[in-house]
Design a protein around this ligand. Sequence first.
Ligand code: G6P
Length: 600
Amino acid sequence: MCGIFGYIGTRKNVPGLVFEGLKSLEYRGYDSWGLAAPDKNGKLRILKNTGKIGDSRVDSLPDNGMALGHTRWATHGGVTMENAHPHLDCSGRIALIHNGIIENYLEIKKELVKTGHRFRSETDTEVAVHLIEEIISKSEKKGLSRKVLFGRAVRQAFGKFSGLNAVIAMDAESEVFVAAKNGSPLIAGHGESHGENFLASDAHAILPYTRRLYFMEDGEIITLDRSGITVQNLADGQEKPVRFQQIDWKIEKEDKGKLPHFMLKEIFDQPKILLGIAASTEVTLPEFAKLIDNSYGTYLVGCGTAAYACLAGTYIFSKIAKKHVNFSVASEFSYLIDFLTPKSLVIGLSQSGETIDLLDSLKKARGKGVQVGALVNVLGSSLYRMADHKQLLHAGTEKAVVSTKAFTSKLAYLMMIAYLLKKDGVSGRKILETAGREAARVVSSAYRKKIQSLAENLSSAKDIYIIGRGVSYPVALEAALKIKEASYVHAEGFPAGELKHGVIALIEKNTPCIGFLPNDETYNDTLSGLIEMKSRGGLIIGISNKPHECFDIFLPVVDCGIASAIPNTVIAQLLGYYLAIQKGIDPDKPRNLAKSVTVK
Ligand code: G6P
């Protein structure tokens, strides 16, 4: 995680420009933020704070055509001013920001302390800047420029780190940025005017200024100053040609209009997206169906919400296409790859396309010769670029940290591909149209009032239990995740059949119990589970196409076949949202979370 933005050039108000860049990257982490800019004497000035960026001002920083900024998601060291990036060396001439984890930082720190370096933070990051300073001080100068010495020192220092990392170091003396990467994303931009160059952790932060981008590969080190950009291999220092890409992506307007939160706006976006997928004529869809058909083992992998979409995929392919596909949480997938062969297909599901656990496991799987597919929302993301076969989710920018529309788009695409595999695209379109219309009814103000009043009812609940079977089991998991993330209420989803194997011990008088009961073969057994919960005093909330006397609260959903999973999820999203509102929590940026998780 962590948002990174750096600029060098001749524009005015550079700290302000970097600050705007950081704001657009804040979804990557919002524990703290900070900027560094050089003064006229080549000394760096720093401005840092804990918490969200908000409407802070940065005009106290010197404006000399260069600045570097960072938004932090804390890994090592608490959320304090001292631990906020950028970190400075002892001389105050080098600033450094970092994304990743320097796993061997303690041993490096011990050596640096011995040689007299003074540490101000508890972070792993700070060792990097002192190590660069140390290497420069020990280097034979032999008439080499400070820029060359600095670049060499960054490369040497980076070579000593273990873990997956990206660092950007800025030298105020030679007015240069040097960045190295092995894991987390870094993108450079070359401006057409102003002798300017940019660095950021996400392309969209640079696109308002230039569309000439260079996507750094792992194992590269890049140097930027006003004269241009050079790239070298980290391993041997060999210079490489810089192959810029001219990006023609449309920049989407990120606007929630009059709505109070992006989460609500993104929930509202879903009916249109679903109808769009139902009408899709993209050739990539039958291609994916063919790939799955021909593969000798298909694996769906993802993290968080995307992982639940993958699990739903196993039921979707089994039910619709009678095809076995496997599922793994991406962070566990690396431990399951031993039996992969070049005939295997691994499909990564991801909103951001930047989740490191996913990228790392896909890289390891690729080592086994597998083909890699991607169902991904962000065009140009690391996953998009690494995949052999890709399908965009076309859900539009998702800003709220709590993922909503990316999940239902993933379900819709998985259903569409499964129907194409069955050679029955017509039925696929039909159920998605029904699900899209039903999602529209669920987000209507009349229906939302019911969910709002349910949220009021549940606002003092300590625990919420959610059950489902078949495809409604991953929906139950996703529902619990939405409630936890958005409202901090403990919620647990599980397969209804597992109830009697432990969880039922937790049901007391008035414990809220939610059951998903679509009109399928799971209905009767899930109902039995709810009745068992009711017998222990549970408050029963039934989400189904038909009422039942055991429901204390009934939320009706029109039967959409297997795609009932979609409107059912939308109900859970709204419940999570309104519970957050009840509790005064900002559902767009819940505590401790980040939208793009680029550390392990
Ligand atoms: C984070 C986000 C979740 C998301 C997960 C996977 O935890 O907060 O909303 O589901 O990462 O992200 P991805 O971008 O790979 O779908």
